[in-house]
Design a binder for this molecule. Sequence first.
Ligand code: PAF
Length: 292
Amino acid sequence: MPPVIARTREELAAVRSGARGALALVPTMGALHEGHRSLIRRARAEAGAETGTVVVSVFVNPLQFGPGEDFDRYPRTLAADLAVCAEEGVDAVFAPGREVMYPAEPEVTVRAGTMGERVEGVTRPGHFDGMLTVVLKLFNLVRPDLAVFGEKDAQQLAMIRRMVADLDVPVRIVGAPTVREPDGLALSSRNRYLSAAERATALALSRALRAGADAAADGPAAILAAARGVLDAAAAAEPPLAPDYLVLVDPVTFTEITGPHEGPAVLAVAGRVGATHLIDNVHLQPGPAKEH
Ligand code: PAF
């Protein structure tokens, strides 16, 4: 059965009141790909194959794009997204217009705090404020029991977990693993901007993470040096990769790990190829630094 499409708050309220069992929400900005399919399947598994309800939201949130970013050209492919949702057995798609999500220019918004000013927040000031604001609104409108987000946006996931804890939002957050192309490129709706040559350069991001992960046993400095080597080569490629950051961070706070470290870490990387901003990350367990 095709999913019910709710475009207004009233239509969403009808979906909500007809929902059976646990309700799982998968918030997206559309342009759905295999990575989103894996989030939807995880939502179905978590909500209950027979008894639960899966809702996918599709909304390109203007609040989380800065001046000069790709809000205008962000792919809007609702017909194709609905077909994906139908194939995946989604119960309902919430696809509001801007006037539904923001009937008035928002005055009171979520502030991401210092955590939102780190790492990706340096490159995209205000991005996490806008992202958290729309996610909290979606939680309030859909009132899900659980919501599924991809680990590819590791800082986004950490910030949502933090918001839910700090503001006592009654929803369980589930993280789902990054889905990659066979050659390692992390799936992203922005990959469709890339020419073949740009895509080849973009592969350096996942290669850098693999090089870093391979050096994990030798400690933080070795991880960063190994990953940096790959990025430096890509910076000299044609077309070049313009790195935005390469950092080893605490997975919960996203503070940078600069010295010896015990416990899990995230190696996060971002860069631009042409006009396209791409991010990727890997979880690893750094060993003690090697004595030289
Ligand atoms: O990850 C995304 O697609 C967006 O940031 C989200 C969570 C749907 C909020 O707009």
